[in-house]
Design a protein around this ligand. Structure first.
Ligand code: MTE
Ligand code: HPA
Ligand code: MOS
Length: 779
């Protein structure tokens, strides 16, 4: 038998392990799990003021409602009333004495059915003494600028001196909206009490270990009493990195109190009202440049709406600054973050984690320079791209810059020069003829730093078991949220043993098998857990080789893993036979693997270090048509060329690029969050909050991976992280809309669209540039 000639058992384009179950409805989400007998249901009662002292709580009507078993308030929490992920003690599970935003959980109803709990929660009568509230960054600044967490400064060179010396200078302000995660599955927790202090949680979190800690603190029990299980999420997008903690704590407290299973799942509205979102920012920027469009110096201040507590706002606003340069070298630079406390829900992780709010400012600066100097934005981009060896504002050298090649290939494949000319010609004809439709085109890059900026999070573990029948159970610290992580890790292990995927079962993520995990976040799931799983597989492989050497009197060089078999010299033994033999010879057939990312370090106080192991790159070119009478637009065509290093699974990677692009486009076009003066979120359902529809996608959508790319660092199979970086390719659509708008004033003025560029904002920008009646200068 010549196994070497067999096709490898794992093909790169392997479909998502749950693809069929997803589309047939047979994938079990937390809400689908069979409930233990006597399970109860919880529902949260939310505050109705943005800031106030609780004077009295009359919960009698809630208690008297049909089916109600109990009402929990802060006083019923046996341990710590806090779910702050950074130990700040500012994130109560249930409000205690004071509420900090409209929609904050104040109490929880426990009832026989979910419907009973939900209805009863409406019956509370709570008296508040209203306190003054601030809702947005500008108001927060005016009220004294209370910070939720300390800000950061990145500085290189002497921008104070360089700015006035530059031949030209522009100062501007950019308002950048937030975003609701709109995962299809809302937050959810199911707690099942065990004996003594034990509790088991089934939930949909990106961070099982943090849930374990939070539940342990809330119950005042050690972490070893709490087990957290996650089979899959119906989308997380960062919205389940910390936000699940509160739901799990409430379910666990009630479960332990009543010794019955308790499930908590909010409605969509309450999920949107009570959980954190992407940070919106107001950014003041200054750029000094010359007539050729080359940047001399940049200064900027990033003012973020953090909400009422710290949550992850420090790391998010830090990452905004880490991406304030995007792909461009700023010779002298100073950027500062101002993470402002506001009386709104505490904002949190969202795909890109602040990075997009940095990148888009760099792209605004490029636009400013291009309109001021009468150039194509792409020419200005090229003139300012990093060259290898140049330092970022945080003093990490750029060493793997591949954007020139990505630009060149994308320009060619999307026919940029010809199509840009066609856009200009079309707009000129419309200008002459008075036609309402304008076109715009933009090609924008992304450079995204990969690693958690808190260095210690960059570690992972895995546990691989081979059972005596030759089947393999694979467990690792990462969580599946649709991104295909489990598929990729299974591929890695299958390839290590040279066996088919049908031998491998990836089990649910559980704190019982791999402890002390990091959140599945920062796009690092495969980088970290893939390496840990490979480490485990390699340990078992080494033992098998040792065993065969002894059993068959062979040398390691004489042993090869071929498809589903192991060759020892000229003898070919089926994989499962080797496993059986090894077991009988008392060889350990399981192993725990571990990985810690090398080379990285970061000193926040000094603003120096190497926070990122490497960068992921990409670029997109988008063309849009804008109706200047209504402000509506369509994406005519988008071409993407994205860098994932050597792809582990091109099908999944392309899916990530497409999904991220569409989600990024939604952030910058139709998704608008709106709080009224009382601090009530008025956009809390699909009726008022518009995520992109299938019909909003580009009419022509060409997505390619840079197949020639490989990671210069020793990442898993030389691949690169893919989850977040392509989110920022949506900026090409935003800028193309701006280009179309700018045509009404012959491109003499930067359109300075704020985000999201809803049709209303586009129309106002058109009118402003035309000097028309809707042209509110500050609109
Ligand atoms: N893709 C799907 N389908 N669903 C998700 O929730 N989350 C994104 C991205 N892609 C997400 C997704 C975010 S915010 C991150 S950080 C990464 O996936 C996390 O997974 P990874 O590290 O395995 O790429
Ligand atoms: N990215 C995503 N999630 C995180 C990070 C980060 O850098 N730090 C802490 N949580
Ligand atoms: Mo992603 S925002 O790091 O969960």
């Amino acid at each position: 038998m010549k196994h070497e000639t067999l096709a490898p058992p794992v093909t790169p384009e392997t479909p998502h392990e749950s693809a069929e179950k997803h589309v047939t409805g047979r994938a079990d989400y937390t809400d689908d799990l069979v409930l233990p007998q006597g399970a109860l249901h919880a529902y949260l009662g939310l505050s109705t003021v943005a800031h106030g002292r609780i004077l009295s709580m009359d919960l009698d009507a809630v208690r008297a409602a049909p089916g109600v078993i109990d009402v929990l308030t802060a006083a019923d929490i046996p341990g710590k009333n806090d779910v702050s992920p950074i130990g700040r003690n500012d994130d109560p599970i249930l409000a205690d004495g004071k509420v900090m935003f409209h929609g904050q959980p104040v109490f929880a109803v426990i009832a026989e059915t979910r419907e009973q709990a939900r209805r009863a929660a409406r019956l509370a009568k709570i008296d508040y003494e209203p306190l003054p509230h601030v809702l947005d960054p500008v108001a927060a600044l005016e009220a004294g600028g209370d910070l939720a967490v300390p800000g950061m400064t990145l500085r290189r060179g002497d921008p104070q001196a360089a700015l006035p010396k530059a031949p030209r200078r522009i100062d501007g302000r950019f308002t950048i909206g937030g975003q609701d995660h709109f995962y299809l599955e809302t937050q959810i927790a199911l707690a099942i009490p065990g004996e003594d202090d034990e509790v088991v949680i089934f939930t949909s979190t990106q961070h099982p270990t943090e849930v374990q800690h939070m539940v342990a603190h809330a119950l005042h029990v050690p972490a070893n009493a709490v087990v957290v299980n996650v089979r899959r999420m119906g989308g997380g997008f960062g919205g389940k990195e910390t936000q699940m903690n509160l739901f799990c704590c409430v379910a666990a407290i009630a479960a332990k109190k009543w010794h019955r299973a308790v499930k908590l799942r909010p409605d969509r509205d309450d999920d949107m009202i009570a959980t954190g979102k992407r940070h919106d920012f107001v950014v003041d920027y200054s750029v000094g440049f010359d007539d050729t469009g080359r940047i001399h110096a940049v200064q900027g201040d990033w003012y973020a709406r953090c909400g009422f507590s710290a949550d992850l706002s420090m790391a998010v606003t830090d990452r905004a600054l880490f991406h304030a340069d995007n792909a461009y070298f700023y010779p002298d630079v100073e950027v500062r973050s101002h993470p402002l406390r506001t009386n709104t829900v505490s904002n949190t992780a969202f795909r890109g984690f602040g990075g997009p709010q940095g990148v888009i400012v760099a792209e605004r600066i490029i636009e400013e320079i291009a309109y001021a100097t009468g150039q194509d934005t792409l020419a200005v981009r090229k003139a300012n791209l990093y060259r290898n060896g140049q330092l970022t504002p945080y003093h990490q050298p750029v060493e793997d810059m591949i954007l020139p090649r990505i630009f060149a290939e994308l320009e060619e494949s999307c026919d940029y020069a010809r199509r840009r000319q066609a856009v200009l010609d079309w707009n000129a004809r419309m200008q002459a003829a008075g036609g309402p439709i304008r076109k715009g085109i933009a090609l924008t890059p992304v450079k995204f730093g990969i690693s958690f900026t808190a260095t210690h999070f960059n570690q992972a573990g895995a546990l691989v078991h081979i059972y005596t029948d030759g089947s393999i159970q694979l467990n690792h610290g990462g969580c599946e949220m649709g991104q295909g992580l489990h598929t990729k890790i299974a591929q890695i292990v299958a390839e290590a043993f040279n066996v088919g995927l049908d031998r491998i079962k990836v089990t649910k993520t559980t704190t019982e098998k791999v402890p002390n995990t990091s959140a599945t976040a920062a796009s690092s799931g495969t980088d970290l857990n893939g390496m840990a799983a490979l480490d485990a597989a390699n340990q078992i492989k080494a033992r098998l080789v040792d065993f065969l050497c002894t059993a068959k009197d062979a040398t390691p060089e004489e042993i090869r893993f071929v498809p589903d078999h192991i060759v020892v010299r000229d003898e070919t033994i089926p994989f499962s036979k080797v496993i059986e033999m090894a077991y009988l010879s008392r060889v350990q057939l399981w192993a725990a693997g571990f990985y810690a990312t090398p080379k990285i370090h970061w000193n926040r106080a000094e603003g120096r270090g190497r926070p990122f192991y490497y960068y992921a790159y990409g670029a997109a070119c988008s063309e849009v048509s804008v109706d200047t009478l209504t402000g509506e637009y369509v994406i005519e065509r988008t071409d993407v060329l994205h860098d994932v290093g050597r792809s582990i699974n091109p099908a999944l990677d392309k899916g990530q690029v497409e999904g991220a692009f569409v989600q990024g486009t939604g952030w910058l076009t139709s998704e608008e969050l709106w709080w009224d003066k009382e601090g009530r979120l008025r956009t809390h359902a699909p009726s008022t909050y518009k995520i992109p529809l299938a019909s909003d996608r580009p009419k022509v959508f060409n997505v390619k991976l840079a197949e020639w790319s490989e990671n210069k660092e020793r990442t898993i199979k030389r691949s690169k992280a893919v989850g977040e970086p392509p989110f920022m390719l949506g900026i090409s659509v935003f800028e193309a809309i701006g280009h179309a708008v700018a045509s009404v004033a012959d491109y003499r003025e930067c359109p300075r669209l704020d985000a999201p560029a809803t049709p209303e904002r586009v129309l106002m920008a058109v009118e402003r540039l035309r000097g028309g009646p809707l042209g509110l200068r500050d609109g």
